[in-house]
Design a protein around this ligand. Structure first.
Ligand SMILES: [Zn+2]
Ligand SMILES: [Zn+2]
Length: 462
């Protein structure tokens, strides 16, 4: 008789890059297929080019993706010791919990014969990202699944459950084989604008039952850094914590108090944040101006938002030379374009998005007495060499940077709350620098080793 086997290939002690294989007989699911990214050590630092037609062998060589049998195309493999997708006999699918690069950055490496599932909302977002030039390298199509709708990969039953994270379409997976039940939480938080989603998740997970829970632990800190009380289960939101809702109120207040232009830098896969910035601008009676790529996302997912499109130098040239892409033409028919001269007539009436890659555009704007709102946009912090550049440029402009951020990950006490509520027989914390700190209420903690094969039944009955 077959047994349920689980193997870990990535993301155990890193933030992201989680790759786990769950196998039962000839059926197998691999969940999440992202890349761990560290700007200090990344080979692809923006200078070295990615070779789109050779990503599988390049990423394997750089150890950015694991040597898993039966998922890569034969032609793309150079080494003989990895079985290709063509040669593999079992049934495989890849499951993606959400569209952050640390969970999906390498999905383009998977052979097109293997389905890669993501929620319908995630797939809609992916299609839009691809349209604006932010798809991942590799050409293939993606399959969609619905929240709460189970589907089968051979003998494994998969049920996506909605969780709250700072990107739309995020889900956890409930996985059921003939002899084991597992929950993989993906990334989540309790302080988003839909806290009820996590309570519903707990409810549904309990109904479906489980032996083991694999959970993220991004916010866990070392023993020295973390006050003990923060690892006591508590689902309350601390007063000081900026929720998406509070963040919007803070930004609106800052804009009302500022006598100059408002600039903001966000990560535009976070629709709640785009929405919050639009609302904050509106509240402060300022016109919100978005970069054209972000405008396309807002147009698709936030039809209630009002905004203008920023005429960057690049966009101006494209218009002049008649080189606009179809999606850009359609967008410009619907939303007004605004140029820098117009903004400069009265900067205090505007709230303008500026991504780091476009920071030089700020040289053309009158930014005196203005405010630069850094709200989870890249570069995220001073561990990234680009952060010093950001600071250098802002200081050249004498523009004050204000940090107004809210993360996508549950606080330590919230992680413990979820763990205690679920109270599984086996808890497997990962996606964390300190996974060992997250302890189960009654069950046992498993801190797996890379490559080792674990039998779920064995661990549960130990
Ligand atoms: Zn992550
Ligand atoms: Zn994430």
């Amino acid at each position: 008789m077959s047994k349920t086997l689980i193997q870990f290939f990535g993301g155990l002690k890193t933030i992201g890059g989680t790759i786990i294989q769950l196998q039962y007989g000839q059926s197998r699911v691999i969940f999440d297929f992202g890349l761990t990214f560290d700007p200090r050590t990344a080979i692809f630092d923006g200078q070295v080019k990615v070779r789109n037609s050779a990503i599988v062998r390049d990423y394997l060589k750089l150890r950015m993706i694991p040597k898993i049998e039966g998922i890569y195309n034969k032609e793309h493999l150079v080494s003989d010791n990895v079985i290709s997708a063509e040669e593999y006999e079992g049934k495989t699918a890849v499951l993606i919990s959400h569209l952050h690069l640390d969970h999906m950055g390498a999905i383009g490496c998977i052979d097109p014969s293997i389905p890669v599932y993501m929620t319908e909302q995630s797939r809609n977002l992916y299609n839009q990202l691809q349209l604006i030039g932010e798809g991942v390298p590799g050409v293939r199509s993606y399959q969609s699944c619905e929240y709460d709708q189970s589907f089968h990969i051979g003998e494994i039953k998969v049920t996506p459950l909605s969780v709250d994270h700072d990107v739309i379409g995020a889900c956890a997976f409930h996985l059921e084989t003939p002899d084991a039940k597992i929950i993989y939480t993906g990334d989540f938080r309790l302080h988003g604008s839909s806290p009820e989603v996590m309570e519903e998740f707990l409810q549904k997970a309990k109904e479906l039952r489980y032996d083991a829970v694999i959970i993220e632990g991004t916010t866990l800190k070392s023993e020295e850094e973390l006050a003990e009380h923060l690892l006591v289960s508590n689902n309350e939101l601390p007063d000081k914590l900026l929720t998406e809702t509070k963040l919007q109120i803070n930004v609106a207040q800052m804009l009302k108090e500022s006598e100059g232009i408002g600039i903001f830098n966000i990560y535009h896969r976070n629709m709640e944040r785009i929405n919050g910035m639009c609302k904050a601008g509106e509240e402060a009676k300022r016109k919100v101006v978005l970069e054209i790529k972000t405008a396309q996302l807002a147009h698709t997912f936030l039809p209630q938002c009002h905004f203008y499109i920023f005429e960057s130098e690049e966009l101006k040239t494209m218009i002049r030379e008649n080189k606009l892409l179809d999606w850009q033409k359609l967008l410009l028919e619907k939303y007004p374009l605004i140029n820098k001269e117009k903004i400069n007539e009265n900067p205090s009436r505007y709230f303008v998005q500026n991504s780091y890659e476009n920071i030089i555009e700020l040289f053309d704007l009158h930014v005196e007495n203005g405010v630069y709102i850094h709200s989870n946009g890249v570069p995220l912090g001073d561990y990234d060499p680009a952060f010093h550049n950001l600071e250098k440029i802002l200081s050249l402009l004498s523009l004050e940077r204000v940090e107004v951020s809210s993360g996508g990950h549950a606080l330590p006490q919230h992680l413990k709350y979820i763990v205690d509520e679920l109270d599984p027989k086996v808890l497997i914390p990962l996606h964390s620098f300190y996974p060992e700190r997250l302890k189960p209420k009654n069950g046992q903690q498993l801190l797996p080793a890379y490559g080792e094969v674990y039998e779920i039944g064995d661990i549960v009955n130990k």
